[in-house]
Design a protein around this ligand. Structure first.
Ligand code: CLF
Ligand code: SF4
Length: 298
């Protein structure tokens, strides 16, 4: 990531995604408690984890808030460098707010200074802003793919908001309005913000520098431009994949406006460990079991 990214507070300097220098030393854990989603992106196949933050074609098991809490306790015991607990779906963290909230509340009671992170499409940010702040969620990622509903209607099939289904331009306009309002609310209240943008050649690519400038004005901390990978079963399954050279070109173009994240691993909604060196949760369970047996033998 660009150097200027390492300017946040103490928690940001230990956040492996928001701070390049932290990613080799500090671990994050995702708790897959939020399977629902309230929009439909054309690059998504809902059989898998949310593509706005995850690797395509990956399926994470869903945990209840209590199971997630137990997993947190286990992982914290084995990962002393754990610095962030994140909710990254596998759907949208806010569409499943009750599960997200219950999980983080339980963890907050035993881990007062743990950084909390979540990733969202932003539709429900204005609705939950006060609860987000009250829970101490200090880092948020919002996926912003456009600023123009005429582009957005090519990216989103529908938006489900307050019991009503919106389509076409109306859906894109509603999502955008809530994203912009929510982003402003977050940064005004001190939350450190990352903007993910899925680069879809021919649809939103020329528009991305404009997104960067607007997000900078709204106080975003860092941008993460990620490739569109055509997923089987999605509306964009026959679209070309964004190439690495297209991605690098765009990051270079936008870096004057916003620092660029370049070390994203598009992790699973249940990832645990250092970025790029995920641990299998079974490994931790086995260690824990071995520890218990050793204790019993004494
Ligand atoms: Fe998780 Fe995302 Fe928070 Fe990181 S991941 S919710 S900001 S703690 Fe990180 Fe993984 Fe890339 Fe996300 S490497 S997919 S950017
Ligand atoms: Fe899929 Fe989009 Fe919902 Fe993520 S926000 S789960 S990519 S529809």
């Amino acid at each position: 990531m660009d150097q200027q990214c390492n300017q946040g507070g103490n928690k940001t300097s230990k956040h492996p995604c928001f701070s390049f220098n932290a990613h080799k030393n500090y671990a994050r854990m995702h708790l897959p408690v939020a399977p629902a989603c309230n929009i439909s992106c054309n690059y998504c196949n809902r059989k898998y984890d949310c593509l706005n933050e995850s690797r395509p074609g990956v399926c994470s098991d869903i945990l209840s808030p209590e199971e997630a809490y137990q997993r947190f306790l286990l992982v914290r015991e084995h990962l002393p460098n754990l610095s962030v607990v994140g909710i990254a779906g596998p759907g949208d963290a806010l569409a499943d707010w009750e599960h997200t909230r219950l999980t983080l509340e339980k963890i907050r009671r035993v881990a007062g200074d743990m950084a909390f992170c979540l990733s969202t499409n932003g539709l429900l940010l204005p609705q939950y802003i006060n609860e987000i702040i009250a829970l101490g969620i200090d880092h948020v990622t919002v996926t912003v793919n456009c600023l123009d509903p005429a582009i957005g209607e090519k990216i989103y099939r529908y938006v489900n908001y307050q019991g009503k289904l919106y389509h076409s331009r109306e859906a894109a306009a509603l999502l955008l309005e809530n994203q912009l309002q929510g982003i402003e609310m977050l940064t005004r209240r001190g939350v450190i913000l990352k903007i993910n943008t899925v680069m879809i050649p021919g649809i939103n690519d020329r528009h991305i520098p404009e997104i960067s400038r607007a997000m900078k004005e709204l106080g975003a901390y860092v941008s993460n431009i990620i490739p569109m990978i055509p997923v089987k079963g999605s509306a964009f399954e026959n679209f070309p994949q964004t190439s690495m050279s297209q991605l690098l070109f765009m990051r270079e173009k936008c870096r004057a406006d916003l620092p660029q994240m370049r070390h994203c691993r598009q992790c699973r909604a249940d990832a645990v460990g250092l970025l790029g060196k995920d641990m299998q949760i079974e490994q931790i369970n086995c260690k824990s079991l071995a520890g218990e047996k050793a204790e019993q033998a004494v």
